[in-house]
Design a binder for this molecule. Structure first.
Ligand SMILES: [Zn+2]
Length: 233
């Protein structure tokens, strides 16, 4: 029996509270949001965005450009800029890397990122460099980027995002030795507030040998510099 008097979003919130499930802007809550539920949540968010536009005194009835804006916003949040909250983790099948001629070197993958600051919902645009020392399993190269983008498509802080990517890559690869370096510009600083012309921010998370071994750390940052010579920031 479903209680039709309250919004579905409220029922799900209550369930998450009951379960002790955290649902901050940067958290994944995919176990509570099936595709069918998402559909209904988009309808509810559309109504809520309509009210926001009304409160902003925007004539969404007569302004043709604002006519479908509430639904566009609702869909954009669920399906694009916050998709990483509602979608399950990307499938990253691991392949064994334990034969006698296994790859033992460092792997550095450059992943373009689009994220959003959770304070102002302004765009964060940048790249993550993910480095690992190959462990007993490897995942396909595109999977590093899929995982990084899945972490990024939420409301984030760059520092947290760096940690989230490191944790998820560690989970997918089993690698103990890894580094994540993110370079990003923040709409939050460029479009409002201090209106900075460029707001390049860099964050780094280092684990295992990337943290403790000077040679590994240097190799990681040398790799990043080499990548930057070939690819635009
Ligand atoms: Zn912000």
């Amino acid at each position: 029996m479903t209680d039709t008097s309250k919004p579905l979003a409220q029922a799900i919130r209550e369930k998450m509270v009951l379960d002790g499930k955290r649902f901050w802007a940067g958290d994944n809550i995919s176990e509570y949001v099936t595709p069918e539920i998402k559909h209904k949540l988009i309808d509810e968010a559309t109504e809520a965005f309509e009210m926001v536009l009304d409160r902003l005194l925007i004539d969404r009835d007569n302004d043709p450009n604002s006519h479908g804006t509430a639904r566009r916003l609702a869909k954009m949040y669920f399906n694009e800029i916050m998709a990483g909250r509602y979608d399950p983790a990307p499938d990253a099948t691991a392949f064994p890397n334990d034969s006698k001629d296994r790859y033992e070197g460092m792997l550095v993958v450059r992943s373009e990122l689009r994220s959003m600051c959770s304070h102002h919902h302004q765009p964060v645009t940048g790249v993550a460099y993910i480095g690992i020392l190959a462990a007993s399993k490897l995942i396909g190269l595109s999977k590093y980027t899929r995982i990084a983008q899945w972490c990024a498509r939420r409301g984030t802080l760059q520092e947290e995002l760096c940690n989230d990517i490191a944790r998820e890559i560690q989970k997918a690869t089993g690698a103990e030795d890894l580094g994540v370096y993110i370079q990003a510009t923040h709409g939050c600083c460029e479009n409002r507030g201090i209106m900075a012309h460029s707001s390049l921010t860099q964050t780094t998370v280092l684990k295992g040998a990337f943290k403790d071994d000077a040679g590994t750390k240097k190799e990681f940052f040398d790799n990043i510099k080499m990548q930057q010579e070939f690819a635009p920031r």
